[in-house]
Structures are given as structure tokens and as C-alpha cells.
Write a protein that binds this ligand. Structure first.
Ligand SMILES: Nc1nc2c(c(=O)[nH]1)N[C@H]1C(S)=C(S)[C@@H](COP(=O)(O)O)O[C@H]1N2
Ligand SMILES: [Mo]
Length: 324
């Protein structure tokens, strides 16, 4: 996603949130005199699996979700060295920089319209979830695509665990905020932290996933460790990485990219070959790691499962053919 102009909401560096306004776990522990290894031991995590380790127990591949004719798995090396993760830079070669992210003892806050706010430990959460492997198609709004075997669980299971109240209509996902580690977050003209949101119906559709691994491994950091979304029928920017907070809301949240440029990266963002991006065609996509350009499929090929979420009434109300 190339973004050249300073947006109208540009906030001068000095007025951006002071770094002291948010708590950094690692700094806290350091101030208590505990380094990384010591704090891991204290927290009983000496054997905690690290990003890139083999995922155990070996997740079983779910045979109910295919990838369609003529698609092949993207080479692991290709997929894990070509990433969008603006926290670490606005280009694709961020995989080494992303290794600075500390995922030990990661927690996720769940709040908003839920029965009870909670803070869950990522490892504990993953241990409770029905983890499986699913091979899916990923289509970026920039018109490149890949096929990845994700280690994941249905997002619906997490929504169930969170116990949203009847008021909740949307669920927002927020990425960590730590400009000390993530150089991209020192660029004050972006509305950090990265957020994305789905309707509750979208979040509980069987195709929506929470990803905790890839290629049989505990999720490598550049893919958004320890936990990231994957919404296969929507453009890739909806799939927020390294999630630290999940908030249920009554009104529709404004997402990171939507705030930057609503006309190009709107809320719905369903993959649609018939509606071009203002600056390029969405009819075809480049398959990374190959010389191929292939036709893009409506809902990225997941229409059978998700088209019912988008009624004519909703389309008329949104007036935007549900792509943005
Ligand atoms: N926090 C965060 N999440 C993010 C992004 C990002 O910059 N920051 N980029 C998005 C975009 S545009 C895409 S295409 C996918 C890329 O995921 P991948 O690097 O695992 O292929 O992550 C999405 N999630
Ligand atoms: Mo993307």
C-alpha cells in the first residue's frame, strides 16, 4: 500500500501521544530489575514455544476448505520474506526487523460490550482453542496473492469465549503499540495503533480465522506473532497482526487504513474483481514467487460461505458495492 501525501488529519510529531502514556511490559520488568530470561523463568515460561519452533501437537489439516483449481502452496521462504507490517516499515522486506518484537508472555485484552472484561494470556488461549491447519488464499488489495497453510482456530470460538452482550454489533482488533521496538510507529502521520474491525456476523462466519502458526510452525514474528487475523474473503489489510486488544462495540469502528484513506481502503473490503481500486485494476492478481498473473475471484473464491452475509438491502444502504 503506497501512501505519499500527508493526510488532512496529519498531527505534528510533538502532538502525538507521548511514549510514556502507554505501558511497556518489558520496560516495567526491566525497572523491577528483571531481564527477559529472568522474567520468563519467573512466569514459568522456560519452555514456552518460540516463533518459528515446530507447532506441537501437530495440527491436523481441515479437509473441508480447498483452495480451488490451479492454485499451489506458496513457498515458505517466499511468503515469510515478503510481508506487509507497517509497524516495521512501509515496504515488504521487514522480516528481520520484526524479530525485535517481544512475544514472550503476550496478553490480549478483551473489553467493550462483553459480559466481563478480561486479559488473557496468548499461550493459555491457544491451548484452549480447537487448533487446526487450513490452507487458504490470501489476496492483498495491492493485487498480489499467496496460498499459505495456516495453523489457526475459528474466530467464532474466540467470540464465543469473550461472551459479547446483545449490544455488540462489531468487533475491533488492535495491534500492539510500542514505538521503541516498531520504528514505523515513530512515524506520527499514521493513526497508530493499527486497528481493523468486522461485524459480529463476519467474525463468526466459519471462514474467519485467528492464526497462531504457519507452515507447521509457531507463528513467525513477521506474520504477526503471536496471533493475527485471517479473513480470506477480504483484502489482506483487514487481517490485523500481533493483536493485543479485542473490543466489542455497538457502533462501527473506523479502522487504520479507513482513517488514512476511506475511498481506497474502506470498511467492507470484500475481494471483488469488478470494482477497481482507484489507482489499479483488481481484475487480476500477481502470485508471489511465480511469474503468474491470474484472474481474481469474487470474495476471493469464498462466496459459497460468505455471500449470504451481504444482502441486497445492506448493499443498497452502503451504496458502495461492499468493496470498500
Ligand atoms: N498490524 C498490522 N497488520 C497488518 C498489516 C500491517 O501493516 N500491520 N498489513 C496488512 C496487509 S496490507 C496484509 S496484505 C497482510 C500481510 O500479511 P503477511 O505479511 O502475513 O502476508 O497483513 C495485514 N495486517
Ligand atoms: Mo495488503
Amino acid at each position: 500500500m503506497v501512501y505519499h501525501r500527508k493526510p488532512t488529519w496529519f498531527i505534528p510529531e510533538g502532538q502525538a501521544t507521548a511514549e510514556s502514556a502507554f505501558v511497556n511490559r518489558r520496560q516495567l520488568l526491566a525497572s523491577m530489575g528483571l531481564g527477559g530470561a529472568a522474567s520468563a523463568l519467573l512466569a514459568g515460561r522456560a519452555n514456552a514455544a518460540q516463533p518459528g519452533d515446530s507447532f506441537t501437537p501437530t495440527p491436523e489439516r481441515n479437509p473441508d476448505y480447498g483452495i480451488g483449481e490451479g492454485r499451489a502452496m506458496t513457498d515458505e521462504k517466499v511468503a515469510s520474506t515478503y510481508n506487509n507490517f507497517y509497524e516495521f516499515g512501509s515496504h515488504k522486506q521487514i522480516w528481520q526487523k520484526a524479530q525485535a518484537l517481544d512475544t514472550d508472555g503476550w496478553t490480549i485484552k478483551i473489553d467493550g460490550d462483553v459480559e466481563k472484561d478480561m486479559v488473557v494470556d496468548a499461550d493459555d488461549l491457544i491451548a484452549k482453542m480447537p487448533v487446526e491447519e487450513r490452507v487458504t488464499r490470501h489476496r492483498c488489495v495491492e493485487a498480489w496473492s499467496m496460498v499459505v497453510p495456516w495453523v489457526c482456530f475459528p474466530l467464532a470460538e474466540l467470540v464465543k469465549m469473550a461472551k459479547p452482550t446483545s449490544k455488540a454489533k462489531y468487533v475491533q482488533f488492535e495491534t500492539f503499540l510500542d514505538p521503541k521496538v516498531a520504528s514505523g510507529q515513530r512515524q506520527g502521520w499514521y493513526p497508530w495503533a493499527y486497528t481493523e474491525a468486522l461485524t459480529i456476523e463476519e467474525a463468526t462466519n466459519s471462514v474467519a480465522l485467528m492464526v497462531v502458526g504457519a507452515y507447521g510452525k509457531v507463528l513467525p514474528k513477521q506474520f504477526g506473532a503471536p496471533m493475527r487475523l485471517h479473513v480470506p474473503w477480504k483484502y489482506g489489510f483487514k487481517s490485523a497482526k500481533s493483536i493485543s486488544r479485542i473490543t466489542f462495540t455497538e457502533t462501527r469502528p473506523v479502522s487504520f487504513w479507513e482513517e488514512i484513506n476511506k475511498a481506497e481502503y474502506g470498511f467492507w473490503a470484500n475481494v471483488n474483481p469488478d470494482v477497481d481500486h482507484p489507482r489499479w485494476t483488481q481484475a487480476t492478481e500477481r502470485v508471489i514467487g511465480t511469474d503468474e498473473r491470474i484472474p481474481t475471484l469474487k470474495f476471493n473464491g469464498y462466496g459459497e460461505e460468505v455471500a449470504g452475509l451481504y444482502s441486497d438491502a445492506l448493499a443498497a444502504k452502503e451504496k458502495d458495492r461492499l468493496w470498500r
